[in-house]
Design a protein around this ligand. Sequence first.
Ligand code: LLP
Length: 487
Amino acid sequence: MSASAGPTTPPAFSPTGTYVPGEPWSSGVRRGPDGALTVAGVDVRELAVAQGTPAYVLDEADLRERARSYRRAFEAAFAEVGAGVDVYYAGKAFLSVAVARWVHAEGLRVDTATGGELAVALRAGVPGEHIGLHGNNKSDAEIARALEAGVGRIIVDSLVEVERVAAASRARGGAPAPVMIRVTTGVHAGGHEYISTAHEDQKFGLSLATGGSVASAPGAQVEDSPAMTALLAVLAHPELELLGIHSHIGSQILDPSGFEVAARKVLELRAALAERTGFLVPEVDLGGGYGIAYLPGEVALDPDRIAKDVAASVAASSADLGTPLPRFSIEPGRAIVGPAGLTLYTVGTVKPVRVGGPTGDGEAESTTVRTYVSIDGGMSDNIRPALYGADYHAELANRLSDAEPVLARVVGKHCESGDIVIHDVLLPGDVRAGDLLAVAATGAYGRSMASNYNHVPRPPVVAVTDGEARVLVRRETEDDLLALDLG
Ligand code: LLP
């Protein structure tokens, strides 16, 4: 989560009035000659006419470049220390058939968290062996489908699931199912508690804390951690192949030190298992969580820097432990798709509201005015501000204005006062009905967490590439919603 920084600074403009591009906007965002935003050469006013608003706009070249840079950065840094690495795109951030194809074409694999995400990856033609399946409560049907598709890995999240996957694999026959055990390292990283996933008191993974095991496995001892017990349980099943250990420590992480601490703990567990059983787990997955810029002035994690630091750190840990390096994998989602997306809205109403009231120091009342700018979407297309207190940045998109900026609050159209897209942002004082507003960096966890609250149909996802727009996911219609209502 980005720190709440109050009103964001007005955008930087060159003397010719051209927007100076940069984070948090995707690399294809510019100001055209008449001041309107363009994305990959497509004028947002034309997009709004052709596609309607709200609309998610995805800059394909930007997304692909981020996918490539993560893959190249990690491949280079890990090759330097003698380890291989695979980059899985975490589809939960946003998955469509086209996006799965793009990232796969850029050399990434696809991490799925449900049968639904798995279905999209398969529809895209991603080969099973390049897909991973996560989930803390996978159904038997999801497990069976993953095995049927020949997924490269099932990341097992509990002891019960070891048995479930083993039973499914036994029932199917054939090669043992490749599994990883997801562990919680106690490292708590990332913005909001709800998206920090490796501390102990939460539903994901199996703890590394010794003596925490409440179930047993052949060869396990009472003082073993749940993680060790699960690894031993997998080794005891001929229907399972113990592929690796998995750790994901949180999301929107801007301080990378947690990755190194967690990796060290995972490598220690791997060494301990090898000492116990002689089996050296071949792979280690370090999860996703790489933070991005949501506001002007924020600095995203640099893939080159972090890849080098993590590679150096795991090499040092492995040397200390006297174990050869495993093959690694990572699972970035937000860092690939987040900055590549923006949401385009139309302004409906603009309402100045006096805030503060009596000051209590003799003055009659405060004169602060907040300008409520209502747009045609809201918490149904971006729940993150309401759910995590996330901050976003917006700009007037259809024109430039030299009107004095006002302190604005961008709100949605839902029946809820917490339906706020941006708490505080400076917008030109002449912002008015019919204007277009672009909100930056909404590519991750926007459409994928969208709802139909108030029966608002979900917006389309429109890709823009080299001056052309293409609908990847069409706008939902009222007919789509009514089709589910059987009367
Ligand atoms: N791998 C695993 C096992 C995960 O649980 C996640 C995210 C990722 C990878 C990808 O993390 P990323 O690189 O995108 O940070 N809805 C929240 C984020 C939830 C993340 C859940 N797991 C948000 O909007 O901030």
